[in-house]
Design a binder for this molecule. Structure first.
Ligand SMILES: CC(C)(COP(=O)(O)OP(=O)(O)OC[C@H]1O[C@@H](n2cnc3c(N)ncnc32)[C@H](O)[C@@H]1OP(=O)(O)O)[C@@H](O)C(=O)NCCC(=O)NCCS
Length: 214
Protein backbone atom coordinates (compact mmCIF):
# COMPACT_ATOMS: atom_id res chain seq x y z
CA UNK A 1 0.00 0.00 0.00
CA UNK A 2 1.04 3.57 -0.61
CA UNK A 3 0.75 6.05 2.21
CA UNK A 4 1.04 9.81 2.28
CA UNK A 5 1.69 12.14 5.14
CA UNK A 6 1.55 15.93 5.20
CA UNK A 7 3.40 17.80 7.94
CA UNK A 8 5.68 20.76 8.55
CA UNK A 9 9.21 20.49 7.23
CA UNK A 10 12.09 20.30 9.68
CA UNK A 11 15.74 21.31 9.10
CA UNK A 12 16.75 17.75 8.18
CA UNK A 13 14.25 17.77 5.27
CA UNK A 14 15.70 20.83 3.55
CA UNK A 15 18.16 19.06 1.17
CA UNK A 16 15.24 17.00 -0.16
CA UNK A 17 13.13 20.16 -0.46
CA UNK A 18 15.85 21.85 -2.55
CA UNK A 19 16.03 18.80 -4.82
CA UNK A 20 12.25 18.78 -5.27
CA UNK A 21 12.30 22.53 -5.91
CA UNK A 22 14.89 21.95 -8.66
CA UNK A 23 12.68 19.30 -10.27
CA UNK A 24 9.46 21.32 -10.06
CA UNK A 25 10.64 24.91 -10.52
CA UNK A 26 14.15 24.60 -11.92
CA UNK A 27 15.66 25.87 -8.66
CA UNK A 28 13.49 28.65 -7.23
CA UNK A 29 14.94 28.73 -3.72
CA UNK A 30 18.32 27.63 -2.37
CA UNK A 31 18.56 25.97 1.03
CA UNK A 32 18.93 29.36 2.78
CA UNK A 33 15.53 30.36 1.40
CA UNK A 34 13.93 27.29 2.91
CA UNK A 35 15.76 27.85 6.19
CA UNK A 36 14.34 31.38 6.36
CA UNK A 37 10.83 29.94 6.02
CA UNK A 38 11.46 27.47 8.84
CA UNK A 39 12.73 30.29 11.04
CA UNK A 40 9.81 32.60 10.35
CA UNK A 41 6.85 32.41 12.75
CA UNK A 42 4.67 33.77 9.94
CA UNK A 43 5.43 30.99 7.51
CA UNK A 44 3.99 27.47 7.17
CA UNK A 45 6.24 25.24 5.11
CA UNK A 46 4.51 21.89 4.53
CA UNK A 47 5.84 18.73 2.93
CA UNK A 48 4.03 15.72 1.50
CA UNK A 49 5.82 12.40 1.93
CA UNK A 50 5.03 9.03 0.51
CA UNK A 51 6.12 5.53 1.39
CA UNK A 52 5.08 2.04 0.52
CA UNK A 53 4.38 -1.09 2.48
CA UNK A 54 4.05 -4.56 1.08
CA UNK A 55 0.59 -5.23 -0.31
CA UNK A 56 -1.39 -6.75 2.53
CA UNK A 57 -4.15 -7.87 0.17
CA UNK A 58 -1.84 -10.45 -1.39
CA UNK A 59 -2.56 -12.79 1.51
CA UNK A 60 1.11 -13.35 2.20
CA UNK A 61 1.17 -11.35 5.38
CA UNK A 62 -0.39 -11.61 8.77
CA UNK A 63 -3.32 -9.52 9.98
CA UNK A 64 -0.96 -7.25 11.90
CA UNK A 65 0.22 -5.72 8.64
CA UNK A 66 -3.24 -4.44 7.75
CA UNK A 67 -3.75 -0.71 8.13
CA UNK A 68 -6.51 0.25 10.53
CA UNK A 69 -8.91 2.76 9.03
CA UNK A 70 -10.71 5.27 11.23
CA UNK A 71 -13.89 7.20 10.50
CA UNK A 72 -12.08 10.11 8.86
CA UNK A 73 -10.65 7.78 6.24
CA UNK A 74 -7.12 8.01 7.61
CA UNK A 75 -5.03 5.01 8.59
CA UNK A 76 -2.62 3.69 11.18
CA UNK A 77 0.00 2.46 8.72
CA UNK A 78 1.85 -0.80 9.24
CA UNK A 79 5.65 -0.66 9.57
CA UNK A 80 7.66 1.01 6.84
CA UNK A 81 9.00 -1.08 3.99
CA UNK A 82 10.42 1.77 1.92
CA UNK A 83 11.52 5.00 3.62
CA UNK A 84 9.38 8.13 3.12
CA UNK A 85 10.20 10.31 0.13
CA UNK A 86 9.35 13.99 -0.09
CA UNK A 87 7.22 14.47 -3.22
CA UNK A 88 5.27 17.64 -2.46
CA UNK A 89 5.93 21.02 -0.96
CA UNK A 90 3.71 23.98 -0.10
CA UNK A 91 4.27 27.24 1.68
CA UNK A 92 2.17 30.13 2.91
CA UNK A 93 2.96 33.43 4.55
CA UNK A 94 0.58 34.91 7.10
CA UNK A 95 0.43 38.66 6.46
CA UNK A 96 -2.07 40.50 8.64
CA UNK A 97 -5.32 38.58 8.09
CA UNK A 98 -4.22 37.12 4.75
CA UNK A 99 -2.63 33.83 3.74
CA UNK A 100 -0.25 34.32 0.82
CA UNK A 101 0.29 30.96 -0.83
CA UNK A 102 3.72 31.32 -2.30
CA UNK A 103 4.58 27.75 -3.27
CA UNK A 104 2.75 24.57 -4.20
CA UNK A 105 4.34 21.71 -6.11
CA UNK A 106 4.08 17.97 -6.58
CA UNK A 107 6.90 15.86 -8.02
CA UNK A 108 6.24 15.53 -11.79
CA UNK A 109 5.97 11.73 -11.59
CA UNK A 110 3.19 11.98 -9.00
CA UNK A 111 1.03 14.71 -10.54
CA UNK A 112 -2.58 14.13 -11.56
CA UNK A 113 -3.40 11.76 -8.68
CA UNK A 114 -5.05 14.14 -6.24
CA UNK A 115 -1.92 14.96 -4.24
CA UNK A 116 -1.79 18.64 -5.23
CA UNK A 117 -5.28 19.15 -3.91
CA UNK A 118 -4.39 17.33 -0.70
CA UNK A 119 -1.50 19.73 -0.15
CA UNK A 120 -3.59 22.79 -1.03
CA UNK A 121 -6.24 21.63 1.41
CA UNK A 122 -3.56 21.31 4.10
CA UNK A 123 -2.41 24.88 3.39
CA UNK A 124 -6.00 26.13 3.64
CA UNK A 125 -6.34 24.26 6.94
CA UNK A 126 -3.20 26.01 8.19
CA UNK A 127 -4.68 29.34 7.12
CA UNK A 128 -7.88 28.46 8.98
CA UNK A 129 -5.94 27.45 12.12
CA UNK A 130 -4.18 30.81 11.99
CA UNK A 131 -7.59 32.50 11.67
CA UNK A 132 -6.64 34.13 8.39
CA UNK A 133 -9.68 35.51 6.60
CA UNK A 134 -8.56 35.27 2.97
CA UNK A 135 -5.99 33.52 0.82
CA UNK A 136 -4.24 34.87 -2.21
CA UNK A 137 -1.66 33.75 -4.74
CA UNK A 138 -0.13 34.56 -8.09
CA UNK A 139 0.01 32.04 -10.91
CA UNK A 140 1.16 32.07 -14.53
CA UNK A 141 -1.90 32.38 -16.71
CA UNK A 142 -0.56 29.53 -18.88
CA UNK A 143 -0.38 27.18 -15.87
CA UNK A 144 -3.81 25.69 -16.43
CA UNK A 145 -3.35 22.76 -14.02
CA UNK A 146 -2.67 25.18 -11.17
CA UNK A 147 -5.37 27.67 -12.23
CA UNK A 148 -8.00 24.89 -12.40
CA UNK A 149 -6.85 23.52 -9.05
CA UNK A 150 -7.16 26.92 -7.36
CA UNK A 151 -10.56 27.59 -8.95
CA UNK A 152 -11.76 24.20 -7.76
CA UNK A 153 -10.99 25.33 -4.21
CA UNK A 154 -12.83 28.63 -4.50
CA UNK A 155 -10.10 30.98 -5.69
CA UNK A 156 -11.28 33.69 -8.09
CA UNK A 157 -9.32 35.80 -10.52
CA UNK A 158 -9.04 39.31 -9.12
CA UNK A 159 -6.55 40.89 -11.49
CA UNK A 160 -3.39 40.44 -13.42
CA UNK A 161 0.21 41.60 -13.05
CA UNK A 162 1.45 42.39 -16.54
CA UNK A 163 4.69 40.65 -17.63
CA UNK A 164 5.27 39.55 -14.04
CA UNK A 165 7.47 36.55 -14.87
CA UNK A 166 10.85 37.72 -16.14
CA UNK A 167 11.82 34.44 -17.83
CA UNK A 168 8.89 34.39 -20.30
CA UNK A 169 7.33 37.81 -19.88
CA UNK A 170 4.05 36.11 -18.95
CA UNK A 171 1.33 37.76 -16.92
CA UNK A 172 0.52 36.59 -13.42
CA UNK A 173 -3.08 36.01 -12.50
CA UNK A 174 -3.82 37.28 -9.02
CA UNK A 175 -6.36 35.03 -7.29
CA UNK A 176 -8.19 35.41 -4.00
CA UNK A 177 -10.30 33.18 -1.82
CA UNK A 178 -12.38 34.88 0.85
CA UNK A 179 -14.77 33.89 3.63
CA UNK A 180 -12.30 31.80 5.59
CA UNK A 181 -13.23 33.43 8.88
CA UNK A 182 -16.77 32.00 8.64
CA UNK A 183 -17.71 28.77 10.47
CA UNK A 184 -18.81 27.29 7.12
CA UNK A 185 -15.20 27.29 6.04
CA UNK A 186 -14.25 24.71 8.67
CA UNK A 187 -17.15 22.53 7.56
CA UNK A 188 -16.09 23.00 3.94
CA UNK A 189 -12.57 21.82 4.76
CA UNK A 190 -13.89 18.76 6.60
CA UNK A 191 -16.13 17.77 3.66
CA UNK A 192 -13.35 18.34 1.14
CA UNK A 193 -10.99 16.23 3.23
CA UNK A 194 -13.37 13.24 3.15
CA UNK A 195 -13.78 13.60 -0.62
CA UNK A 196 -10.05 13.97 -1.04
CA UNK A 197 -9.42 10.76 0.96
CA UNK A 198 -11.96 8.91 -1.24
CA UNK A 199 -10.22 10.12 -4.36
CA UNK A 200 -6.82 9.12 -2.99
CA UNK A 201 -8.13 5.63 -2.14
CA UNK A 202 -9.20 5.20 -5.76
CA UNK A 203 -5.57 5.75 -6.70
CA UNK A 204 -4.40 3.41 -3.94
CA UNK A 205 -3.13 6.26 -1.75
CA UNK A 206 -3.89 6.29 1.96
CA UNK A 207 -3.54 9.28 4.25
CA UNK A 208 -1.57 8.25 7.32
CA UNK A 209 -3.27 9.09 10.58
CA UNK A 210 -0.10 10.75 11.83
CA UNK A 211 -0.76 13.59 9.42
CA UNK A 212 -1.81 15.42 12.56
CA UNK A 213 -1.14 18.82 11.10
CA UNK A 214 -3.76 18.10 8.50
C1 LIG B 1 -0.27 22.50 -9.91
C2 LIG B 1 0.07 21.15 -9.26
C3 LIG B 1 0.53 21.41 -7.82
C4 LIG B 1 -1.20 20.28 -9.25
O1 LIG B 1 -0.90 19.08 -8.54
P1 LIG B 1 -1.51 17.65 -8.97
O2 LIG B 1 -1.18 16.69 -7.92
O3 LIG B 1 -1.11 17.34 -10.34
O4 LIG B 1 -3.09 18.01 -8.97
P2 LIG B 1 -4.28 17.03 -8.54
O5 LIG B 1 -4.08 15.70 -9.17
O6 LIG B 1 -4.48 17.11 -7.08
O7 LIG B 1 -5.50 17.73 -9.30
C5 LIG B 1 -6.40 18.57 -8.61
C6 LIG B 1 -7.11 19.48 -9.59
O8 LIG B 1 -6.17 20.32 -10.25
C7 LIG B 1 -6.58 20.52 -11.61
N1 LIG B 1 -5.60 19.89 -12.49
C8 LIG B 1 -4.52 19.16 -12.11
N2 LIG B 1 -3.82 18.79 -13.20
C9 LIG B 1 -4.47 19.29 -14.26
C10 LIG B 1 -4.24 19.28 -15.67
N3 LIG B 1 -3.17 18.67 -16.20
N4 LIG B 1 -5.09 19.94 -16.46
C11 LIG B 1 -6.17 20.57 -15.96
N5 LIG B 1 -6.45 20.63 -14.63
C12 LIG B 1 -5.62 20.00 -13.81
C13 LIG B 1 -7.93 19.87 -11.73
O9 LIG B 1 -8.91 20.82 -11.35
C14 LIG B 1 -7.83 18.77 -10.69
O10 LIG B 1 -9.08 18.33 -10.23
P3 LIG B 1 -9.89 17.18 -11.03
O11 LIG B 1 -8.91 16.06 -11.23
O12 LIG B 1 -11.02 16.84 -10.13
O13 LIG B 1 -10.27 17.79 -12.32
C15 LIG B 1 1.14 20.38 -10.08
O14 LIG B 1 0.74 20.34 -11.43
C16 LIG B 1 2.54 20.97 -9.99
O15 LIG B 1 3.28 20.71 -9.06
N6 LIG B 1 2.93 21.78 -10.99
C17 LIG B 1 4.30 22.33 -11.01
C18 LIG B 1 4.48 23.42 -9.98
C19 LIG B 1 3.46 24.52 -10.15
O16 LIG B 1 3.21 24.99 -11.26
N7 LIG B 1 2.87 24.96 -9.03
C20 LIG B 1 1.89 26.02 -9.01
C21 LIG B 1 2.60 27.32 -8.89
S1 LIG B 1 1.44 28.62 -8.58
Amino acid sequence: MRFIEIKHLAPEHLPDAVELDRLCFGGLWAIEGYRRELDSPNSDLLGLWTWETEDCESGQHGADTHPVQNRAGTHHPPPLQIPPTLIGIGCLWAILEEAHIIMLAIHPQFQGQGLGQALLLALLKSACDRQLERSTLEVRDSNLAAVYLYKKFGFKEAGRRKRYYEDTGEDALVMWRSGQEKPEFQRYLAVEKVQMCDRLHQKNWHLAIDSCEF
